[in-house]
Every structure is written in structure tokens, then in C-alpha cells.
Design a protein around this ligand. Structure first.
Ligand code: COS
Length: 385
């Protein structure tokens, strides 16, 4: 029941490849990577070789030129095996590569996007700061024009791939103290992580997605050439939020993959586990729970792929992506919590797979815009005359 109907041949092939790769090279190691907080760059390199790091990047820039639906189907399969690998791949695909593809000059695309699409360079996205999370436009990292280009100072928080990426798309203020221009005083910069003055903090000790690298990043008199500015000065916030429209769909696909994995574990366990002389799957209370889990996953996938189809059709999907992300985040938290419940005492133990899924799920209601921010975006769209 989890297969999508009416996949094109290309989509079916991409899904099969992602599923096969994930089953062989990711799923067997996910628990160990989680326990050791181990980020496996090699698995990402191999995903890159297969084309999974430039899925929607135009072919002329080394990508596969696929649509959003196909990309999200693949990301869902990787997420089924491990949400941590999926978020590294998702951030790279949805945020920095999209910003470069959409707003980069030809020279910037050749220098950065092409190797990123081939998986040779890993990308990150730095918007949030310690004091500017939901209120992203309140960020204070500063970029100052110099005779040779730009100098960046400031600190970014919770940067996925921040300590492992080769290049970061960083949003910094380019307006001056006393002449603040709010969201329009922010510009986007292409920051190589080997630039002197780039410092990644120690990996955060997270509840879930422990194998993905998340850290604070400091720019300390970080000097960049003039062509490090992406697109137009003052448009960085708009570019970042535009990219987050895609990022939020990626996170919703991640939720669907994790939830499907939790449901499969719960169904299998319910058939095996015997109490009161019979498999617990024979108890109506449990059957109803499984039925509700499956229904919520199917509804979430339907909303996600509707949003993605609209994006592929060129519609403004800001509200749709927020609805898909909101629903998926709440859905995956509920489904993984229910899966732990189906496993009972065993579900609470690290020896069984479902507690990891529940830990991995929680951040989906928080990152790339909390559930509350998604509701705000949806309501704004509804009430805009
Ligand atoms: N795509 C493109 N442009 C967008 C956009 C979108 N989805 N959403 C807003 N913009 C534009 C607006 O059109 C506006 O430009 P104009 O003044 O030219 O119209 C500009 O960006 C500022 O938008 P707005 O006034 O709505 O900004 P706010 O400060 O009110 O912030 C919210 C809007 C709260 C929605 C935004 O800050 C947000 O999404 N916060 C959550 C941040 C987040 O997801 N962080 C996670 C980072 S990755 S872990």
C-alpha cells in the first residue's frame, strides 16, 4: 500500500535504485552510526556518484535534471533506511544547490554547482542564529564590502553539514547599523569552508539524527572575493525562503520515509509477538492503531506529492509546502510514538529499532520552520487579500 501509483518509468527506476542502495549500504549500519554519532562521508560520496546529489540540477550543470516528485520519492527511500543520511542529502539537494541553480551566475554555477551536483563537494545552508531561529530575518551576522570583496563576521547555529561541508550558502546582513532594512538588508554568500576564518564548532549532541553533522559555525574576519555574493545584494533572505519551500518538501519526504519504516516494524512485530496466547495483531486495539498509522502516512504522502506536482507545474507552492511539512511533521511524531507503543517495553529499549525512529522524528516538527511557523505561513496565505 505504500507504493505510489502511476510512477513514470524513470521514477520507478530511481525509486528502485534508491531503495536497493539504501537497503544494502545504509539500513544495516544506521543503528551503529546513530550510537557512535558517526557521519559517514563515504556513503554520501557513493550517493553522489549515483547522481543523488544533483537530482533536480539541470543536466548542463552536471545534474540529472529530474522533477521534484522524483527527487522526493528517492529521498523518501533513503529516509526509510536512515533519517540522518537523508537530511545530509536533503539539505544539499534542496537548499545550497537550488540557490546556486536559481540565482548563481554562470561562473558560480561552473565553479560550485557542477561539482556539488556530482557529489564531489558537499553543501550546507546557514540562515539560523542563536537569537534568530523562527525570526530568521532578525539575523545579525555581518558582511562588509572591502576593496577586494567582502569580510564576514558572525555566528550561525544548527548548521546541518556545517562541519563536513565544502561550501556553505550563508545569509548575512549587508545593511548598516542605523540603516537597517529588515529582510531586505540580508544577502547570500558562497562560503568555502576552507577559507581562513571559517570555524565549525563541535558537533551538537542531539536527541535524534545523531549521525548527521550539525554544528555552530563562526565567521571570523572571513575574507571573500567580490564574486562570492549570490545574485543581488539585499535579496538573500528572499532566496533563502524560496529555497526553504523546496527544503520543507524534502523534510516532509523524510517524515514519510521514517513513518513507513516505523509502520513496517510495527506490523511485523504485531504478527510475531504473542500475549494472552495469541499474536498481539489479533487484538482490535492494536489493529486499529496500525490502521490509523497507515492512513495518516497515506494522507501525508498524498499531500506531499500534490505539493510537489504543483511545484513541478511552476505554481507558487509556499502554502502547499508548509501544509505538507506541517502535516508530515505531526504525522511522523504520532506514527513513531505509536510504533514504540506497539513494541511495548521493548520499544523503549535501544536494542529495538523504533525508539531511534521516534527520536529522529521529533526534529521534523522543529527544523526548516517549526509547526507553528508553518501554520503562520499557511494562515498568512489564506488571509492575504
Ligand atoms: N519565497 C520567496 N520569498 C519569500 C517567501 C518564500 N517562501 N516568504 C517570504 N518571502 C519574501 C517576502 O515576499 C518578503 O519580500 P517582499 O517584502 O519583497 O515581499 C520577504 O521575503 C520577507 O518576508 P516576510 O515579511 O514574510 O518576513 P518575516 O520576517 O515576517 O518572516 C517567516 C517570515 C516567519 C515565515 C520566516 O522568517 C520563516 O520562515 N521563519 C522560519 C525560518 C526557518 O524555517 N528556519 C529554518 C532554517 S533551516 S534549519
Amino acid at each position: 500500500m505504500t507504493e505510489s501509483p502511476a510512477l513514470s518509468d524513470t521514477q520507478a527506476q530511481v525509486v528502485a535504485l534508491a531503495r536497493e542502495f539504501a537497503a544494502e549500504h545504509i539500513a544495516p549500519f544506521a543503528a551503529e552510526w546513530d550510537a557512535q554519532k558517526r557521519f559517514d562521508r563515504d556513503v554520501l560520496r557513493r550517493l553522489g556518484e549515483l547522481g543523488f546529489f544533483g537530482m533536480t540540477v539541470p543536466e548542463e550543470y552536471g545534474g540529472l535534471g529530474l522533477d521534484a516528485v522524483t527527487y522526493l520519492l528517492a529521498l523518501e527511500e533513503i529516509s526509510y533506511a536512515d533519517g540522518a543520511v537523508a537530511i545530509s542529502m536533503g539539505v544539499h539537494n534542496s537548499l545550497p544547490t537550488q540557490m546556486l541553480a536559481r540565482w548563481g551566475s554562470n561562473a558560480q554555477r561552473r565553479r560550485w554547482l557542477e561539482p556539488m551536483a556530482r557529489g564531489e563537494l558537499l553543501g550546507a545552508f546557514a540562515l539560523s542564529e542563536a537569537e534568530a531561529g523562527s525570526d530568521a530575518a532578525g539575523l545579525t551576522a555581518q558582511a562588509v564590502r572591502t576593496p577586494r570583496g567582502w569580510t564576514l563576521n558572525g555566528m550561525k547555529a544548527w548548521v546541518t553539514n556545517g562541519g563536513t561541508a565544502d561550501v556553505v550558502l550563508a545569509m548575512c546582513r549587508t545593511d548598516r547599523e542605523g540603516e537597517r532594512r529588515g529582510a531586505h538588508g540580508i544577502s547570500a554568500f558562497i562560503v568555502p569552508t576552507d577559507a581562513p576564518g571559517y570555524r565549525a564548532g563541535k558537533p551538537e549532541d542531539k536527541m535524534g539524527l545523531r549521525a548527521s553533522n550539525t554544528c555552530a559555525v563562526t565567521f571570523d574576519d572571513l575574507a571573500l572575493p567580490a564574486d562570492a555574493l549570490l545574485g543581488e545584494e539585499g535579496q538573500g533572505f528572499v532566496y533563502a525562503l524560496g529555497a526553504l519551500d523546496g527544503g520543507r518538501l524534502g523534510v516532509a519526504a523524510q517524515a514519510c520515509g521514517i513513518a513507513r519504516c516505523a509502520l513496517d516494524h510495527a506490523v511485523r512485530y504485531a504478527k510475531e509477538r504473542r500475549q494472552f496466547g495469541r499474536p498481539i495483531a489479533e487484538f482490535q486495539g492494536l489493529r486499529f492503531k496500525l490502521a490509523d498509522m497507515a492512513t495518516r502516512i497515506a494522507a501525508s504522502r498524498a499531500l506531499l506529492y500534490e505539493a510537489a506536482r504543483r511545484r513541478d507545474a511552476g505554481e507558487d507552492v509556499t502554502q502547499w509546502t508548509s501544509m505538507a511539512k506541517l502535516f508530515a511533521g505531526e504525522m511522523v511524531m504520532g506514527v513513531t510514538t505509536d510504533a514504540v507503543q506497539v513494541f511495548g517495553g521493548y520499544g523503549y529499549m535501544r536494542d529495538y529499532p523504533v525508539e531511534k525512529l521516534m527520536r529522529d522524528a521529533k526534529v521534523i516538527t522543529i527544523y526548516e520552520g517549526t509547526s507553528e511557523i508553518q501554520r503562520m505561513v499557511i494562515a498568512r496565505g489564506l488571509l492575504r487579500s
